[in-house]
Ligand binder design. Structure first.
Ligand code: SAH
Ligand code: SF4
Ligand code: F3S
Length: 438
């Protein structure tokens, strides 16, 4: 049996893709190893979202050169968004690379390995309008046996001006809802208790066949009905598309988690326009109000970019201001990184100096820490249902899990086990975690 080692960078969709790749390779006599020194094939599933994501992969590829010198049979493949963006350039610049496979080429991997064995350069970087890997049953990697990602669509056509994803992932397409339901049912039967439905913009999920039409709200409802014991999450929602219908479905089912990731990116109307986000701060705040009306206990998180092209101090202050207005529970925060060939790279100069970008990002992070602390402090004294995910990193005597609001809670192990639901009362907190007692 050949051994494959898979390392994944980037977003949850890449993690889901690595599991599809492992499934494809499993049918060809490959099995996963966690020990890179034992592997015959190393696959690096890569991300292009920011320059530092690509730099990390490049230095990783240099490290692999030493392994290849020791084992001449070892093959190294680059998958994912960097493969799609850089194509053959990856062979030229990195001697260690034998295969280059973009996000829609994973079914070709067995063929490419054969081609490579015959001494040919092996790559597949065509994007597809249809590929959703719909009937492939992912083989889970590094799983806790409790939560799993389920990809429901691929690609993105929003073309936010800073973003490389539409170029690396291609056209938006939705996976057949029946294959999604089958995958989720199978996970539940195998003991999984939480699924996260994944897409770059899940609100525009739409599957049409004959006279059946399933949109994202319908899909969420069908998944929620699989079992009340199965928690359902989703990521990511584009603010322009999140609908009242969806919010109503989320509020209707106890097992749909009360947590929405709704990336704002900036609090300035002019910056949002330049970003091609297609909403104003006012429209965004209206969506937040709608969420709070239907789901008062809903946690809301965001993504923010500091120092986008032409961002003035006033624009930056508006970002800080919208963060306070929403009172985010959590945020992913970045400084702007220009990506080659995106609309922003072509149209707007990257004119905020790096030092200034970092300074603005620091202010955003400091504010978010305060907001997260306030949000967590409000939970002290309350009781939550927690799904146990694992052992605490710091102590074997403690377990951790999450509330429906996606907050991590640490509590004494006692006689509980991973995958159980427990009710926990919150006794104290930091800005990052809740501590509780049963
Ligand atoms: N589809 C998701 C986002 C995927 S990328 C959505 O639209 O919400 C995740 C986050 O990375 C983005 O929300 C954005 O905040 C950030 N990001 C994307 N491109 C970036 C760039 N060029 N520089 C810095 N951050 C970027
Ligand atoms: Fe990128 Fe915008 Fe698509 Fe998100 S919605 S993946 S930020 S283009
Ligand atoms: Fe990165 Fe591609 Fe995901 S660029 S964030 S791995 S879609």
């Amino acid at each position: 049996m050949n051994k494959v080692f898979i390392e994944t960078y980037g977003c949850q969709m890449n993690q889901a893709d690595s599991e599809v790749v492992l499934s494809i390779l499993g049918n060809q006599g490959y099995e996963l190893t966690m020990d890179i020194n034992q592997s015959d094939l190393i696959l690096i599933n890569t991300c292009s979202i920011r320059d530092n994501a690509e730099q990390r992969v490049k230095s990783r590829l240099m490290e692999l050169e030493a392994l290849k010198r020791k084992n001449s049979n070892l093959r190294v493949g680059v998958l994912g968004c960097m493969a799609e963006r850089l194509k053959e350039e990856l062979f030229e610049k990195n001697k260690v690379v034998d295969l280059v496979v973009g996000p829609d080429g994973y079914r070709d991997i067995p063929l490419l390995l054969n081609e490579y064995n015959k001494g040919q350069r092996a790559f597949s970087v065509m994007l597809s309008d249809e590929e959703t890997y719909s009937e492939i049953k992912p083989v889970r990697i590094g799983t806790n046996g409790v939560s799993a990602f389920v990809s429901i669509m691929r690609g993105c056509e929003n073309f936010c001006s800073y973003c490389v994803v539409p170029y690396t992932r291609g056209k938006e397409r939705s996976r057949d809802f029946e294959s999604i339901l089958n995958e989720v049912k199978d996970l539940f039967d195998r003991g999984y208790r939480e699924v996260t439905l994944l897409g770059q913009n899940v609100n525009s999920y739409l599957y049409e066949k004959d006279d059946i039409k399933v949109d994202f709200s319908d899909l969420m409802e069908m998944v929620a009905l699989i079992s009340p014991l199965l928690r359902v999450r989703f990521s990511t929602s584009h603010p322009k598309d999140i609908s009242e219908k969806l919010i109503k479905v989320i509020s209707k089912y106890l097992n749909i988690c009360k947590y929405i990731h709704l990336p704002v990116q900036s609090g300035s109307a002019v910056v949002l326009k330049r970003m091609n986000r297609k909403y104003t701060p006012e429209e965004y705040l209206k969506k937040i109000e709608m969420i709070r009306n239907y789901i008062p206990d809903c946690a809301i998180s965001t993504d923010i970019i500091a120092g986008f092209c032409g961002e003035s101090i006033e624009d930056h202050n508006q970002t800080l201001s919208i963060m306070r207005q929403v009172g985010y529970d959590y945020a992913f925060m970045f400084y702007y990184s220009e990506r080659p060939n995106t609309l922003a790279a072509k149209k707007y100069p990257d004119d905020i100096p790096l030092e200034e970008k970092k300074k603005r990002l620091d202010q955003i992070i400091t504010l978010q820490n305060e907001l997260s602390y306030i949000s967590n402090s409000n939970d002290v004294g309350k009781e939550f249902e927690v799904l146990i995910e694992g052992e605490s990193k710091r102590s074997k005597e403690k377990l951790f899990g999450r509330t429906s609001q996606n907050k991590v809670v640490i509590f004494d192990r006692e006689d509980n086990k991973i995958g159980d639901y427990v009710r926990v009362k919150i006794t104290s907190c930091t800005s990052a975690t809740l501590m509780g007692k049963k």
